[in-house]
Design a protein around this ligand. Structure first.
Ligand code: C5P
Length: 207
């Protein structure tokens, strides 16, 4: 069974994908981490002419099984860097094979990201497209960061999320749209447990 979970920044897709993976006892891949790792590797080249070539080289050299320093990877600034490398076609190509192999491993998998239901696993058995109001998404992300002891500037975070969504939706190489057969789940008014129950109900109906 392949489950694809897509949606915008901080929509809750990662938490839901992890919950689905636990429920169905499947391995889970957060595909955003791959773009984040590439973004972090080329942070020093932002706004230079070398940025694109460095990002392509970093994507080709990435060992996706060895992602370290999760705190740096999940930082809000790294998300912005990730969205900058994610518009580069050869970066996406370089990351494709690992994601496709993960999706099609025997026994199945859960993947979350932007294009898992459209590009990585268009053949997924169940597809969810998670959305939530942008203020709600900002507030959730703020609380996650605060729970880690970080001081959060909500105004800046809101704009970072909006900037990232705008870049992702305009990404000509991105495949970031709701697949025709993806089930829409709006989590604005749902807590984690309620959202997970709804997601499980959708998957149970789909398979
Ligand atoms: O999901 P997350 O917020 O960690 O993703 C970080 C960035 O990586 C996204 O804003 C997007 O630009 C990029 N991404 C992507 N395709 C994916 C997953 C992430 O383009 N499947």
């Amino acid at each position: 069974m392949i489950i694809a979970v897509d949606g915008p920044a901080a929509s809750g897709k990662g938490t839901l994908a992890a919950g689905l993976a636990r429920h169905y006892r499947l391995p889970h891949l957060d595909t955003g981490l791959l773009y984040r790792a590439v973004g972090l590797a080329v942070a020093g080249h932002v706004d230079t002419p070398q940025f694109e070539a460095a990002a392509i080289a970093a994507a080709r050299a990435l060992d996706a099984t060895q992602l370290k320093d999760i705190d740096a990877l999940t930082a809000a600034e790294t998300g912005v860097l990730a969205s900058k490398v994610a518009v580069i076609g050869p970066v996406r190509q370089a990351l494709f094979d690992y994601q496709r192999a993960f999706a099609t491993q025997p026994g199945g998998a859960v993947l979350d990201g932007r294009d898992t239901g459209t590009r990585i696993a268009p053949d997924a058995d169940a597809k969810l497209f998670i959305q939530a109001d942008s203020k709600a998404r900002m507030e959730r992300r703020a609380r996650q960061l605060e729970a880690r002891g970080l001081v959060v500037d909500r105004y800046a975070l809101y704009h970072q999320i909006e900037e990232r969504d705008a870049r992702d939706m305009a990404n000509p190489n991105g495949g970031f749209y709701r697949a025709a057969d993806a089930h829409l789940l709006d989590t604005t008014l749902l807590d984690i447990e309620a959202a997970l129950r709804a997601a499980i109900a959708i998957v149970d109906r789909a398979v």
